[in-house]
Write a protein that binds this ligand. Structure first.
Ligand code: UFG
Length: 325
């Protein structure tokens, strides 16, 4: 059974390719390598280097492969950049997803699992966040992901494309052997930055605000291991292939950790003192983001097994020390 993974050369996409292959799926990847890495794509997958918006490429992909479902990761995902270059985000995330959906319609591909985000909620009204809570993004990145969710849902109503949107919280960790991992350029995410300090690549971590209304003043996030996340994508795809109705699911652990707690855990794992400096708040950062993933656990039968942040940091640390790209 063939699955198309868009953005399969990126951090989450490349892990999902491996998980799909492990579960016996044949995997086709389309990635333009703008933010992804060819080396991240498992050699057992069939890689097409190019753009999901390129109709002739997608004609080739869909006619050369009997694709039963698409897992759509290809997107830009830097919140800060989206606020200085909104065009880039609307064009790449929204317009290109529109082209992908048109190609799916043309080739009668009926199932899509979409990589959405907690950023579609914006500042939460309450904790933990459930799927029916208000979606009011506070940045362009979150807004484009919300627009993509809605577009996919309309294509579902109009053309019968079955869809699952997975709204993830903070993705972390890497495959245990350290062969692939998180590599953004520039890196803005907390765990890789902490580990770059531990690895001598940065002098210190800037903590963006210690005056939030939280237990220690720093922001609280809900971290989820990338492999648990990928399991949820496969379950969501199988849920659609089994004829279940389209839906939306949060993916998180339901537990929050502060920036200081993450640093403390990383100190234990790396043995490095990880110096800190308190910096001003980062615009658009909510104080607390914690997911309720009850629905994914009940409906998709999702059973994450790597919820311990020390496991996530340990796996990210193995990658940081082995990094090939
Ligand atoms: N942080 C620091 N210093 C840093 C980097 C981050 O203090 O150098 C803090 C942030 O202020 C935040 C926390 O660490 O409080 C986590 O920050 P990340 O950048 O790692 O993650 P975000 O919570 O900002 O964003 C993540 C994803 C986004 C997604 C969002 C959904 O990276 O793609 O979750 O809430 F949109």
């Amino acid at each position: 059974m063939k699955v198309l993974v868009t953005g399969g050369a990126g951090y989450i996409g490349s892990h999902c390719v491996k998980v799909l292959l492990d579960k016996g799926y044949e995997v086709v990847v389309v990635d333009n390598l703008e933010t992804g890495y060819k080396d991240a794509v498992d050699s057992k997958a069939k890689l097409y280097i190019g753009d999901i918006a390129d109709e002739s490429l997608m004609d080739r992909v869909f006619s050369e492969n009997q694709v039963l479902g698409v897992i759509h990761f290809a997107a830009f995902s830097l919140v800060g950049e989206s606020m200085t270059n909104p065009y880039k985000y609307y064009e790449n995330n929204v317009a290109k997803t529109n082209r992908l959906l048109e190609s799916m319609v043309k080739h009668n591909v009926k199932n899509i699992v979409f990589s959405s985000t907690a950023a579609t909620y914006g500042e939460p009204e309450k904790t933990p966040i459930v799927e029916t809570d208000r979606q009011l993004p506070t940045n362009v990145y979150g807004q484009t992901k919300l627009a993509m969710e809605q577009m996919i849902s309309w294509y579902g109503k109009i053309y019968g494309i079955n869809h699952v949107a997975l709204r993830y919280f903070n993705v972390a960790g890497a495959i245990q052997d350290g062969s692939i991992g998180e590599a953004h350029n520039p890196e803005t995410h907390l765990i890789p930055i902490i580990l770059q300090v531990a690895n001598g690549k940065r002098e210190k971590l800037n903590v963006f605000g210690d005056d939030y209304q939280t237990k220690d003043g720093s922001c609280i996030r809900d971290y989820i291991h990338v492999l648990d996340l990928c399991d949820a994508h496969v379950l969501a795809l199988e849920y659609l292939l089994n004829g279940n109705s389209s839906g939306v699911f949060n993916l998180g652990s339901g537990e929050g950790f502060s920036v200081f707690e993450m640093v403390e855990a990383a100190r234990k794992i790396t043995g490095h003192p990880i110096p800190l400096e308190i910096a001003s708040r980062r615009a658009g950062d909510p104080a607390i983001l914690i997911a309720s993933s009850k629905k994914a656990r009940q409906v998709l039968k999702w059973n994450p097994t790597r919820e311990n942040i020390e496991v996530m940091i340990q796996d990210a640390w193995t990658w940081e020390k082995n990094k090939r790209y």
